[in-house]
Design a protein around this ligand. Structure first.
Ligand code: SAH
Length: 454
């Protein structure tokens, strides 16, 4: 229980940051999370939400500023979660991320001696995203695009997204205005009526090829082809316009079925000198420049030779394995999304790589099968989604007895849990390198090298 009451004001001093970058203050031991608040700042807050174990406060007045505070251009960038760290200097963000990893290695992995290198950051930590997924709503009879306020579906109108490729920002408004001109109806979430749900855009960082995906509730798209032609005419970089159909009442953005309204089914981009085709449903890292640094770090950690047999688990369109295939004997990739495996196979072929095989399926199913079939990888790369590795995967990866495991993680908490498990099964984590793939946000990406303990 707490004495803190909703809607009352309190003066507090921020004593910590949450993993999401919210300021934390304590009133008689009761934690309050506060947006746009940094350690050592003394702040008058209003308690806006009071739960059993913790609450949320809103800044009413700030009496001093942490020297690492940076002016925020647009508070909606914090409120929407687009750029929740944009009130911190970039140096401070990089240290914050390193410390996040250190903290979970101590508390969850119980590996206090494992060293975490300084986060590798960007020179220009803005305008980096090569992909945007923007909801469309009707406001005052106009189509509006923007971002949801955190934990809600109230749309905040935004035109400058700060962290997206500016060509994508521009394209969002252009496409929105074209849809408006053609009188396309916005989707209504509550009633599951209306038509256009999201505008999804990808732009190749090096290729500048653009894909526009119009996510619609229903299949029949009145003047769909004409709209696509108009998009192409106004945005010459567009090589692909796709209609994705999502009839469900769901927060999942894309549905299963797709139609090509204009051009190709995929776009191309390059990474570390190789060309990749990317399908609408395939995962592709959103920060191309930093992805190259991430992969280079992972490949350096692996210290590969021509006898190595490599597993690329959670391979997406094959980018990690194909970046290193020429250095090794063979690459085995596994990934759950069928379109991504189609891309991976095409990508191997188009880059003249013959020593890579790909399987559709769950890594935790395929890895044990490979083990039974007698495949003996010397190096296993893993790059799982936020929930980390499945126990079955961990066991199978240990059973095939690799010399090294390279763990690329987008979630320090599950990384730490999995490193603990590997340590118990005889694989020791020796170094960790965070790479900032998501400047201005709280997301932490890192590469860890594990070696078989002797
Ligand atoms: N290594 C790739 C993709 C990493 S993202 C790259 O760097 O681009 C994680 C990938 O894991 C996604 O493509 C996702 O579709 C896939 N995935 C999620 N769960 C999986 C599972 N259980 N088994 C295999 N792949 C899975």
């Amino acid at each position: 229980m707490t004495s803190v009451e909703k809607n009352k004001t309190y003066t507090v001093t921020i004593d910590d940051l949450s993993h999401e970058g919210l300021g934390v203050a304590h009133i008689d031991g009761y934690p309050l999370f506060i947006e746009n608040a940094l350690p050592e700042e003394e702040i008058k807050i209003k308690a806006v939400k009071v739960g059993k174990k913790f609450g949320y406060g809103k800044v009413m007045e700030r009496f001093n500023s942490n020297p690492e505070r940076q002016e925020v251009k647009d508070l909606d960038l914090l409120r929407s979660g687009i750029a929740p760290l944009s009130h911190m200097t970039y140096e401070y963000q990089l240290r914050f991320k390193q410390q996040q990893v250190e903290k979970v290695l101590k508390t969850i992995a119980k590996l206090p001696d494992l060293s975490v290198a300084a986060t590798l950051g960007m020179e220009h930590p803005f305008e980096y995203r090569n992909k945007a997924q923007i909801p469309v709503q009707k406001v005052d009879n106009q189509l509006m695009t923007g971002f949801y306020r955190k934990n809600s579906h109230d749309l905040l109108p935004i035109e400058d997204y700060l962290i997206q490729d500016p060509k994508i920002d521009q394209a969002i408004t252009t496409v929105r205005d074209i849809l408006q001109r053609f009188k396309v109806k916005a989707y209504n979430e509550r009633e599951n009526t209306g038509f256009i749900r999201h505008i999804v855009i990808r732009r190749g960082h090096y290729s500048h090829e653009m894909m526009i995906i119009l996510v619609t509730r229903a299949e029949r798209f009145f003047k769909g082809a004409e709209i696509a032609e108009t998009i192409k005419a106004e945005l010459p970089e567009v090589v692909s316009v796709i209609q994705n159909i999502n009839p469900e009442k769901t927060n999942v953005i894309m549905g299963r079925d797709e139609k090509i309204l204009y051009g190709k089914a995929t776009i191309n981009d390059t990474l570390l000198g190789k060309t990749y085709q990317i399908s609408p449903q395939s995962f592709y890292q959103v920060n191309t420049e930093q992805t190259e640094i991430l992969y280079q770090t992972a490949i350096e950690f692996a210290d590969l030779n021509s006898e190595d047999i490599v597993v690329d688990a959670y391979c997406g369109i094959g980018t990690i394995g194909l970046s290193l295939a020429e250095k090794v004997k063979h690459v085995y990739g596994v990934e759950i999304v069928p379109q991504a495996i189609e891309d991976a196979k095409a990508n191997a072929k188009n880059n003249g790589i013959k020593n890579a095989n790909y399987e559709i399926g769950k890594a935790e199913k395929i890895m044990p099968r490979w083990a039974r079939e007698g495949i003996e990888p010397s190096v296993v790369f893993v790059d799982p989604p936020r929930k980390g590795l499945d126990e079955k995967f961990i066991e199978a990866s240990v059973a095939v007895n690799p010399n090294k495991i390279i763990y690329i993680s987008c979630n320090p908490a599950t990384l730490a849990r999995d490193l603990r498990r590997y340590e118990d099964l005889g694989y020791r984590a020796v170094k960790v390198q965070p790479v900032d793939l998501f400047p201005q946000t709280h997301h932490v990406e890192s590469v860890t090298l594990l070696v078989k303990a002797v």
